[in-house]
Write a protein that binds this ligand. Structure first.
Ligand code: S3P
Length: 434
């Protein structure tokens, strides 16, 4: 459905708890299938993407009981996964498909993973290649989904230097490595989010991290894994839209509460701080991975982004481009070629949409150059079915000088189903008290 967004420069105020973290929820659901027994997930993200992961583990025989804010999952364990489901639909979710390629390589039963039109255009050889090196059977369809995967004769431990920085690829290799005949070592070009390592450690698996190197010890007995209670904090990538809005509208002062603020997820907020915004990260005393983020408006100045910074804000780069269009001076974003293979080509989509709204923005093969500040005008923009594009454009609309028409609002169901409800409350001048 199309949606007209009227310009409203209303300050963003109060306290907001963003929806739960998508990356952590996916992992909690998928990893529950490894434990013969119960896994508890407190505050999972209930959205289309994480429901794809839920469907996947249910097809393996995992039962899910929903108890208000808690999910209790009981799995038969990998040696008793159901064999009958041969084709599993991962919907729009790249995280489900890529992590599942590693997970399902544990099983001797071949399974085929399919996805929607967008996921069917996303590259899967980056996962298939290291899995094949490990001796796993893994086929793609000319590099794309459908993919078929199963345990070959045995799984070798390997040393693998990843050509691209991707937490999804790293996680798939880690999962396959759990069944290796020897340890596996992974070298990343730049460190990426480490939820997989931390959560598997919680389950009793031995994984060590040293800067860009990860070493995974195989699991001898699945029965040795510990039943775990995973607490899912708020998602910094969803919080980022409100932080951006607060940073753009004078008079704003917003606290984002109970957010996952691990080093690998806070790149956007630290970058905003360097652009001039008031940003305060307040870590929780008993868990430094979780905390509150307070944002206050201040005039912005442009600040470049390079390849080493990209993984820590990979999903927030379109927002950085928007901020740059409102900041003084030039911003050059490089080393962000990965954006071209997200839910849509996010470099092309960002440049096309922000140009429509009057921004001075140029496309580079691996990034963008933005000159600011430029007042934005209204116009008709395209989400390309991408949830993060829809929300970035809604933030842009708030600062534009005329109505912005989105071609579709439904994609926000992927990661942030209540986004437009909260957006409307903010438009009505509500102070958030969440
Ligand atoms: C994710 C990793 C990132 C990110 C995606 C979620 C994850 O993808 O863009 O939204 O949960 O591991 P890449 O690992 O492919 O960069």
């Amino acid at each position: 459905m199309t949606m007209e967004l009227l310009p409203r420069r209303i300050p963003v105020k109060g306290t907001l708890r963003p929806p739960s973290d998508k990356s952590i929820t996916h992992r909690a659901i998928l990893f529950s299938s490894l434990v013969a027994g119960f896994t508890h997930i407190n505050n999972p993200l209930v959205a289309q993407d994480t429901l794809s992961s839920r469907r996947l583990v249910e097809s393996l025989g995992v039962r899910v009981e929903v108890n208000s804010n808690e999910w209790i999952l009981s799995s038969p364990g990998p040696t008793h996964w159901l064999a009958q489901t041969r084709e599993i639909d991962c919907g729009n979710s790249g995280t489900t498909m890529r992590l599942a390629m590693g997970l399902l390589s544990i099983s001797r039963e071949p399974r085929t993973l399919i996805g929607d039109a967008s996921l069917s255009k996303r590259p899967m050889e980056r996962v298939a290649k290291p899995l094949r090196e490990m001796g796993i059977f893994c086929s793609t369809t000319e590099g794309y989904p459908p993919v078929t995967v199963y345990h070959g004769k045995s799984i070798r431990g390997i040393t693998y230097t990843m050509p691209v920085a991707s937490a999804q690829v790293k996680s798939a290799i880690i999962l396959a490595a759990l069944q290796g005949t020897e340890p596996t070592e992974i070298v990343e070009p730049y460190p990426t989010r480490d939820h997989t390592e931390r959560m598997l450690q919680q389950m009793g698996i031995t994984i060590s991290q040293n800067q860009n190197n990860i070493r995974v010890e195989p699991v001898n007995r699945w029965q040795a894994l510990k039943p775990v209670v995973f607490h899912v904090p708020g998602d910094p990538s969803s919080a980022a839209f409100w932080a951006a809005l607060a940073a753009l509208v004078p008079g704003s002062h917003l606290t984002l509460r109970d957010v996952s603020i691990s080093l690998r997820r806070t790149g956007f907020f630290l970058h905003l701080q360097k652009m001039g915004t008031y940003v305060n990260l307040n870590r929780q005393a008993d868990d430094e991975q979780i905390g509150n983020i307070t944002i206050g408006y201040n005039p912005l100045r442009g600040r470049n982004v390079d390849a080493a910074q990209v993984p820590d804000m990979v999903d927030e780069i379109p927002l950085i481009a928007l901020m740059a269009s409102q900041a003084a001076g030039e911003t050059v974003i490089r080393g962000a070629g990965e954006l071209r293979v997200k839910e849509t080509d996010r470099i092309r989509a960002t440049v096309e949409n922000l140009s429509t709204l009057g921004a001075h923005i140029e496309e580079l093969p691996d990034g963008m150059v933005v000159q600011g500040p430029t007042p934005l005008r209204g116009g008709e923009v395209k989400t390309f079915g991408d949830h993060r594009m829809a929300m970035m454009l809604a933030v842009a609309a708030a600062t534009a000088h005329g109505p912005v028409v989105l071609d579709d609002e439904d994609s926000v169901r992927i990661s942030y189903p209540t986004f437009f409800d909260q957006y409307r409350l903010w438009q009505q001048g509500e102070v958030f008290r969440d």
